[in-house]
Structure formats: structure tokens, C-alpha cells
Design a protein around this ligand. Sequence first.
Ligand code: AHR
Length: 327
Amino acid sequence: MLKRISTLALAGLTAVTLAGCGGGGGGAGASGGGDGSITMGFSQVGAESGWRTANTKSVQESAKAAGITLKFSDAQQKQENQIKAIRSYIQQKVDVIAFSPVVESGWDTVLKEARNAKIPVILTDRAVDSKDTGLYKTFLGSDFVEEGRKAGKWLLEEYKSGTDPVNIVELQGTTGSAPANDRKAGFQEVIGGEAKFKIIASQTGDFTRAKGKEVMEAFLKAHPDIDVLYAHNDDMGLGAIEAIEGAGKVPGKDIKIITIDAVKDGMQALADGKINYIVECSPLLGPQLMDLAKKVVKGESVPARVVTEETTFTQEQAKAALPQRQY
Ligand code: AHR
């Protein structure tokens, strides 16, 4: 453990949590699963949202259950920290690297280093835009474009009988991240065909509650006529609700709200009538990730893309689902 800590510290990671979960710590690619143990280096985006916390828990618990030794690092939403973490995992000769890329671009160099070191890489949750798809073995995660489409379809249905303009403000996720790019694109694809829908303001809230509140306060000051808020995750929507209430308006009524994720706090706000619709994005990727890791370490073939199954929630559905909600 001491050796691991010093290696990571040398790599300059700003926030690193190590979880030695199960397994005999074969590491060094030496085991390659050969003695039955697998070491995975996992670089997480950060702890920016309820979704992310649930995702980290799922990865850590699933590694333990699968007998995989997990080296875990938190990049605090910074690409440079993820690159340092991946390089550190390469140096340590882990058997497999998994990571959730904070942004889509800029990964080719480090992924080539992993490939040269013969360490397979699995993308989880978020994609990269590398042209060379041979740089990673598989991508496990949601279809973010489809999530954006689902949000747009609800809006179309909600306003199907009216002809008045519908003024929408959008709280985008982290700039340059796959979910921000794709959720925007999917939503725009669906509402773009109807002239009455107007996105009057769109800005990043970095997937955090605090930033969601701050940006919504600015939107409310600049635009007294907001009909709809589309927030790329629950946390930003929840921050925005505070801003809307602070401005003396009623969330869910004066301003209709659509969010993505369906974490417990979001579902509670939906059940309470403060959010109108949530598109689910599941953070429970851990079990599938560990299965894929075992296969790629053994050299077995895996699908290039594994899409997470997800649903949507109305206010009534949220009331029914809340008691069993895991996260
Ligand atoms: O990549 C998934 C997104 O990242 C979630 O929707 C958001 O809450 C998180 O921060």
C-alpha cells in the first residue's frame, strides 16, 4: 500500500483515494489475471454530483464483490489529473485501466501509451472523440443523445396544443464533456423542428448544484419570461430550484423543469412537484464494468459498445419508485 501511495503522490495527483478491494494485488500486469487476481486502475471524473457519488460506490463495491483490486483516483473534474492518474497506472503495470473521461478530446497520446504498454483500456460512462477506436476495448455507458431526445419529446408532448412561444433556458453540463455535448444535441434535434421552442439562454453549470443555482439566478435576472428549464443533470436542476424560489417563482409551475439522472434528491423534487420530468441516467455501472474487465484481461472479445438500459419518470412514477430507489 505504501508503495502505491508514493507512486501516485509522485505522479502529482491532487486527490487520490486508494481502495484496496479484495484480491491479492497482482498488479504489475505480471498477473494479467494469471494467478487469478486482476488489478484495475480507475480514474474517476470527480465528486461533482449525486450521480457521481453513486457511480463511485457502484465501482468500488463491484470491484470488491468481483475480487478485483481497485486503484481509484478522483480527478476533481480536471483532465490533467486524469492523464497523470492513467500514466501512473501504466507505470504500475495494472492489468486493466478504466476511466470516465471528463471531456471528450485530448486522449490519444495517453491512450497510445497504454496500448504500447499492452494495458487494455475500458471507457465507462463517457466517451472520447478519438478517431482510433482501437485505443480502447469497449465503451460502457448511457446513450446521452437519446437522453436529450427523451427530454425534448416530453416537451413536445407537454406543449402540443399551444402555439405561443415557449422560452427555454438550458443548464449545460461540463463544457466539452460527452454528456453536455450529446444531451444538448439530442434535445435540439427533437425541438428544433418547431419554431415555437426557443432556447433563450444556455450556459454551463458544470454539473454542480452550486453552479446551477448561480447560473439560474443570472438567467432569471436577464429573462423575466422563462417558461422551461432544461438542466443536463438533477444537481444543477436542484440548485436552479433554489434560485427560482429565491426569485419568488414556483418551480414546476411558473417554470417547468426537465432534468437528467434520477438520483434520490431529484426524484424527491419530482415527487414534490418541483421538477416536471426526469430522464434516467444510471450510475450503477460497476457490475458490468467488472465483467468486461475480466474478459478483456483474459483476451476475450467484448462488444465495442455496451449501452445502459434506462427509463424516464413523471411525477406520479417518481412517487411510486422512490421507496425502492437505491441512490
Ligand atoms: O457523465 C454522467 C453525468 O456526469 C451525470 O449525468 C452527471 O450528474 C454527472 O456529473
